[in-house]
Design a protein around this ligand. Structure first.
Ligand code: COI
Length: 357
């Protein structure tokens, strides 16, 4: 099967930055590979698909992305084995979610063949950059921005889709103390919380900065109408372990349908853990913390996979979580990363082998 059925133009860089990168000391999202993929939406169709040397793009200052935030993105990871095979983790899920985000932001959907051909050609060209050492992966950032010039507040007629690649190591953000939101909100019913749109993240920066200034690393977002139901942690979905039960909020139009979230649920169920997908209130968690049954809290997302939370603050009171030897978080994280990195068989069919060119 040809990988380039979409007539993607390829222009290779004559130089490489690979020797400038210290792959043992990577900061998340700060280094990019030698090439990028781009494709433009013009006159009602996606066209001009190309892989070319990584570098700045030129946009008119009136481009709608700058004024109205018509921008969506995804986060994915590729892995490479010592024998050179490259694979992705549940990539169709990212495409499905990208297109759900696109519909909500009035952006044209991106075609599946172009998505896979473009990504796989790019990964082949920058394959050297995918490291095989423990914890290494290639973070893939697909995104779409509105490029049409003009400041009228209406959906653009022209867009740019891109893939950029950033080598990543296992993500450790230190001890995470969180603050339960009781004033600010990440999303609201009927809004765009389920979409991976740029504004959802920009809107978190200020309340998160306030939390950081108060000594907390992340905010756990609550529902905007009552601030009683716990919905997401920072840029991740959030899980609670009360006794032996793992609990997470159901997805809704306020909550991102996280791919790591659904992988955590699938693994936990396969392991025989009791999993409840239901609303979980701040009071239930506070009571469980007080009576000692709150054993774990963790965030789940592509970048960190699972990020354990050591304490939370609710209405001015701090509650510490116990330090467990054999936490669900570490056991589930190991199971997911072992599948992702190919250490164990993948019983779920989540791995997608990248075609070679
Ligand atoms: C994720 O981990 O899923 C993210 O979206 C993180 C990204 C915003 C850096």
């Amino acid at each position: 099967m040809g990988i380039n059925n979409q007539n993607i133009t390829i222009t290779k860089s004559t130089t490489t930055k690979i020797n400038e990168v210290d792959f043992n000391n990577l900061s998340f999202g700060e280094n990019f590979t030698d090439h990028m993929f781009e494709c433009d939406y013009i006159d009602g169709k996606w066209t001009n698909a190309q892989v070319r040397p990584y570098g700045p793009i030129s946009l008119d200052p009136s481009a709608k992305v700058f004024h109205y935030g018509q921008a969506i993105f995804e986060g994915m990871k590729a892995y490479k084995s010592v024998d050179g095979a490259v694979w992705l983790f549940r990539p169709e899920e990212n495409l499905i979610r990208l297109n759900k985000s696109a519909i909500r932001l009035a952006i044209p959907e991106f075609p599946k063949d172009l998505f896979f051909d473009g990504m796989e050609i790019l990964l082949n060209i920058d394959k050297e950059w995918i490291q095989t050492s423990e914890g290494s992966s290639m973070y893939i950032r697909p995104f779409i921005i509105a490029t049409e010039e003009g400041v009228s507040a209406s959906p653009a007629k022209r867009y740019k889709f891109m893939f950029i690649l950033s080598p990543a190591q296992s993500y450790y953000s230190g001890e995470v103390k969180v603050l339960f939101a009781d004033k600010y909100s990440r999303s609201a019913s009927g809004g765009v919380g389920f979409a991976k749109c740029a504004g959802n993240y920009a809107g978190q920066f200020y309340p998160t900065k306030l939390a950081n200034d108060a000594g907390y690393q992340q905010v756990v977002w609550t529902d905007s109408s009552t601030h009683e139901n716990l919905e997401e942690a920072g840029t991740m979905n959030v899980f609670f372990r009360i006794g032996d039960t793992l609990i997470t909020a159901p997805t809704s139009d306020r909550i991102l349908d996280g791919i790591t979230r659904k992988s955590v649920i699938a693994i936990a169920e396969k392991e025989g853990y009791k999993v409840e997908v239901r609303d979980i209130s701040v009071y239930e968690v506070e009571d469980a913390a007080k009576n000692g049954t709150l054993l774990e809290m963790f965030g789940a997302g592509t970048a960190a996979v699972i990020n354990p939370i050591v304490s939370f603050n609710f209405k001015g009171n701090d509650y510490n979580l116990p330090k467990l030897e054999d936490s669900y978080a570490s056991s589930i994280k190991k199971k997911i990363t072992d599948i992702q990195t190919g250490k164990v068989e993948d019983p779920f069919g989540w791995k997608y082998a990248v075609r070679s060119i």
